[in-house]
Write a protein that binds this ligand. Structure first.
Ligand code: HEM
Length: 512
């Protein structure tokens, strides 16, 4: 349950890894002020500047207040509803119809990344990037985000002095990082300038009902006693929303559909529930879908690790001593698969566990179900992401039937977000809107997999990611992950033993 991990002495790595919900509760809520993210985190994630993810104390409070107010603003709520459905109708459905008609093999993960990128960009800046399109366009901004995340992950596995030296020299991964930073800056500052220009020219019609977050940050900051935000403040804020909104929702959707592909019982129960909807907009009553999404998030939390750093020495509820400036890690992936927390059937995909007898969603304490974080830093986009996910799930499952491509391996990647390493290749097997003569004919042989431009592109992209230069990073990450994995297993075994005397199955959850 608890494990002290010491890296090579040169690395100056000393981490306390805990899977104990009472420690999580204590660190995330009860003694929150002693456990900020810390300066090390801020330095490693420096491309995100002083955005909400990257800061502590007063600056974090200011960000939190603004983000909380504007995400909950009625004008943004209206905008969110309109834009998500617009993207579904004008982006997702035409693309899936095309895929269906052409009998293409696609990477569902890539599709969800594009959907989420376009929606978060629209919601935050008012501009649609248009990445979700039948020609699967190359989007430099998206690639720059990926590159930045990859290098940040790499920074976790090498001593800080080493990556800082490489940064100073401008070599290796740090060179790639610098380039990514420039692309991100270029795009975000252009969005800010465009918005300021629109305002100057009063192109924004005063009667519009819904507005994007950037507009609210520019127009409404004073209403909550915050002086007008500078371009740098807006840049850090926008980038934080991008990282918050793109990778998480799309990763959750990818694992959700993967789990469905393995569980026909759950899929048919979801289709039953969806068939009771009068329109696709009737998503509020989707209790079973909600339970299934929570279950996918339990098994595959998109943010699989949470990091904290202690300020003062402390003693945790588990009795462990914490030294000042010690790194503390929670592994949400392991916690979501512990019998002691979730019962004997913890490896199964069972949405029913989330539904009460009265057909409401059962509340699980956040220090146990940590997918959206816990305590004062709980995710601010939880409701927004459930709305998006339900809109996508309802649209896809009411209209299409995807089948996983046989033999394609779906495995988690080592990255900051729990992505699928090689994506999730699927093929549409039946579109109920297509007349029978247009129904997709199964073709023989593996050639079909190669025969379409988009699948070729996906395969080429996958191959590219293995290119030699990156193999080193992968190896470093993998060996570090093996050590971590080993540590997790040891810790997990310990906690199973400890708890097994007191807990029996799911009933025990309520004690936590
Ligand atoms: C399934 C989707 C999502 C999941 C699983 C998720 C999960 C999380 C997690 C684990 C954190 C804590 C990260 C950390 O402190 O290191 C977080 C924070 C946050 N999330 Fe989400 N998130 C999701 C979607 C979104 C969306 C769509 C937004 C909207 C922009 C969003 C906005 C935020 C913000 C602003 C924070 C920072 C909170 C703070 O530090 O006070 N999230 N989220």
């Amino acid at each position: 349950m608890n494990f002290l991990f010491k890296g090579p002495w040169l690395a100056n790595m000393k981490m306390f890894i805990t899977l104990d919900p009472s420690n999580v509760h204590y660190i995330m809520s009860k003694n929150f002020t002693n456990y900020p993210k810390g300066t090390k985190f801020n330095e490693m994630f420096d491309v995100f500047g002083d955005g909400i993810f990257n800061v502590d104390s007063d600056l974090w409070k200011l960000h939190r207040k603004m983000a909380h107010t504007f995400i909950g603003h009625p004008k943004f709520h209206q905008f969110l509803q309109d834009k998500i459905w617009e993207k579904v109708e004008k982006g997702l459905i035409p693309l899936l119809d095309h895929v269906s008609k052409q009998g293409l093999v696609i990477d569902l993960q890539d599709l969800f990344y594009r959907f989420s990128l376009d929606t978060i960009c629209t919601l935050v800046t008012g501009c649609d990037l248009g990445s979700l399109s039948i020609d699967w366009p190359h989007v430099p901004f998206a690639n720059a985000l990926d590159d930045a995340e990859e290098v940040i992950l790499y920074r976790h596995f090498v001593p800080m002095s080493v990556w800082k030296f490489c940064r100073w020299l401008g070599v290796g991964n740090e060179k790639k990082y610098k380039k990514a930073w420039e692309i991100l800056d270029d795009f975000v500052y252009k969005c800010i300038a465009k918005k300021r220009e629109e305002k100057k020219q009063e192109l924004m019609k005063p009667q519009v009902v819904g507005v994007d977050l950037l507009t609210l940050y520019m127009d409404e900051s004073q209403s909550i006693n915050v002086t007008s935000a500078s371009d740098k403040f807006l840049r850090d804020t926008i980038l934080s929303f991008f990282i918050a909104g793109r990778d998480t929702t799309s990763t959750a959707l990818s694992w959700f559909f993967y789990l469905l592909s393995k569980n026909s019982r759950v899929e048919s129960k979801i289709r039953d529930e969806l068939s009771t909807m009068e329109t696709v907009h009737d998503y509020h009553n989707l209790i079973y879908v909600h339970g299934a999404l929570c279950e996918a998030l339990r098994l595959y939390p998109p943010v699989a690790f949470e990091q904290k750093a202690s300020i003062e020495s402390d003693v945790l509820p588990s009795g462990h001593q914490v030294d000042p400036n010690m790194q503390i890690i929670f592994n949400m992936y392991a916690m979501g698969r512990m019998k002691a927390i979730w019962g004997e059937d913890c490896y199964e995909f069972k949405p029913e566990g989330w539904i009460s007898e009265r057909r409401n969603i059962r509340h699980e304490p956040s220090y146990k179900f940590l997918a959206f974080n816990a305590g004062p830093r709980t995710c601010l986009g939880k409701n927004m992401s459930f709305f998006q996910m339900k809109a996508v799930v309802a649209t896809i499952l009411r209209n299409y039937t995807f089948q996983a491509v046989e033999g394609h391996q779906v495995v988690p990647d080592i990255s900051l977000i729990l992505r699928m390493k090689h994506g999730f290749m699927v093929k549409e097997v039946q579109n109920k809107y297509l007349p029978p003569n247009l129904e997709i004919q199964e073709k023989d042989g593996a050639d079909e997999f190669e025969s379409h431009d988009s699948s070729k592109r996906i395969r080429t992209a996958a191959k590219k990611s293995f290119k030699e230069g990156e193999a080193t990073l992968e190896k470093t990450a993998e060996s570090a992950a093996t050590v971590m994995d080993h540590a997790m297993h040891k810790a997990k075994d310990k906690v199973e033993n400890k708890f097994s005397h007191h807990r029996h199955g799911r009933e025990a959850d309520d004690e936590l």
